[in-house]
Design a protein. Structure first.
Length: 458
């Protein structure tokens, strides 16, 4: 059993926050403003609060948006991918848009491979596309690409890059926008061969939401092979807007200024990172760039999109497994820490916080205990104390239902640092153990456990 929480801060997860220059933060937080005003100007200029939890936001987020008159039970018949920073990590193309044999490996690595996850990302993408190309009954499901790539040769450059990566065979059509003269703006695949054509991109408002609405209403104009009875796209003869899923790294592409909205979409995480030998690159992306879970998340969403309603509420589910009809009771509840118990995690930089159980920022110029509790645990969007509500929840689980609670986290501060934040928020006593996947320094425990009211490392 699992309970997933959708991250809502993906656009700012890796940024350092300099309070000196953050006018909105200072304006909105009177106490912090007054505190900064009392500090020496030199010290204030050095104060940078670094969010220490960065992993959870580098995941895809799938949503079925609220829309009047939609048919939530309508199956997904078409999955449309963006190219740049969605299928690719970041896009590098040759000036000609073609590739010589000795350039194949470079093109595949630079565009599609990730240095952050083990295994070949390109092979995982191929499997993902192969799985998506058929529904649960084995019937064909169409895949397409809608891209704003502006290579001077138009859609031909996209087709060539996909061929180099052995991805082109999975797609039935590729459309480029905005429309441009003197270059092909569309291509479709029929009987294993790619042919150029002109999709009606110039007849639709230049936004992906408007284009996909038009595709759903007029599939024959966007898939020329439909007229020839191509088996891979035959299901598109009867297509509703909710039968289309858009996978894209740009949030702005899901809602148009015309009022049109993509009903079902998958948002790919964006981030800045040092990438192979290219140095620091801004606004990178890529399905599965930081987690293999992206592939399963997208496949589950395409199969059951109605389970991902647009909401900022937790969603609990039980997956099917052998013996699930026996309805065995829950014996242990395990929480993540970052962005689950915390809203966003801000960890003190003092090394003692990671090694001394019971550490508190008594003489710290960086944080006060009140600040740590507020910025890690309290919510500005709901009335009342979130910490008090968490305490009530955990008390009900441990006392009312008599369940042991634990924490399993990837927080790089380590188990002791996590425990110290919990102690400040008076949440630690509800848990029996905290486990981490890694320790920040050799010699520090990867876990802590509570025994007779005392916490010990192990």
């Amino acid at each position: 059993g699992c309970c997933s929480i959708q991250p809502i801060l993906s656009s700012v997860s890796t940024r350092s926050r300099t309070l000196k220059n953050d006018k909105n933060c200072v304006k909105q937080d009177v106490q912090l403003r007054d505190k900064l005003a009392r500090r020496d100007q030199h010290e204030r200029s050095k104060l940078v609060l670094q969010r220490t939890s960065q992993r959870s936001s580098f995941r895809v987020r799938c949503v079925e948006a609220e829309c009047p008159n939609k048919d939530s039970n309508y199956p997904v018949k078409l999955v449309v991918f963006d190219l740049d920073e969605t299928l690719t990590m970041v896009t590098f193309m040759t000036p000609s848009g073609t590739y010589k044999v000795h350039e194949y490996e470079w093109a595949k690595k630079a565009n599609f491979e990730t240095p952050w996850v083990e295994g070949q990302r390109l092979a995982k993408l191929q499997k993902l596309l192969a799985d998506l190309a058929h529904d649960q009954q084995g019937q064909p499901r169409a895949l397409a690409i809608l891209t704003k790539n502006q290579h001077r040769t138009g859609v031909a450059a996209v087709v060539n890059l996909l061929k180099v990566a052995d991805l082109s065979s999975y797609f039935s059509a590729i459309w480029c926008m905005p429309w441009r003269r003197n270059v092909p703006n569309g291509a479709y695949q029929q009987a294993g061969k790619w042919r150029f054509f002109e999709p009606p991109v110039n007849k639709v408002h230049s936004h992906k939401a408007d284009v996909l609405e038009h595709v759903a209403r007029n599939p024959g104009m966007w898939f020329p092979q439909l007229a020839a009875g191509d088996a891979r796209v035959k299901a598109l003869r009867q297509l509703k807007p909710e039968g289309v899923v858009l996978v894209d790294d740009q949030r702005a592409n899901f809602t148009s200024d015309s009022g049109k909205q993509v009903i079902r979409y998958c948002k790919v995480a964006r981030y800045d990172a040092h990438f192979f030998g290219f140095g620091l690159l801004k606004d990178m992306g890529g399905i599965g760039a930081h987690s293999d879970a992206d592939y399963d998340t997208l496949k589950r969403f395409v199969t059951d999109p109605w389970l991902c309603k647009e909401t900022f509420k937790v969603r609990c589910l039980q997956k099917m497994f052998e013996g699930d009809t026996l309805k065995r009771p829950v014996r242990l509840v395990v929480f993540d820490f970052d962005e689950t118990l915390t809203l966003a995690t801000f960890m003190p930089q003092d090394p003692a916080c990671r090694s001394q159980i019971g550490w508190r920022p008594v003489h710290s110029d960086e944080w006060t205990e009140e600040d740590l509790v507020t910025y890690n645990f309290e919510s500005p969007w709901v009335s009342g104390s979130r910490v008090a509500k968490l305490q009530n929840l955990l008390a009900e689980l441990t006392t009312g239902q008599q369940l042991p609670l634990a924490i399993l986290t990837r927080n790089e501060g380590g188990a002791v640092a996590v425990l110290n934040l919990l102690k400040m928020a008076q949440l630690a006593d509800f848990f029996s153990a905290v486990w981490t996947f890694s320790t920040p320094d050799k010699g520090l425990p990867a876990g802590v456990y509570q025994d007779g009211g005392q916490w010990r490392g192990f």
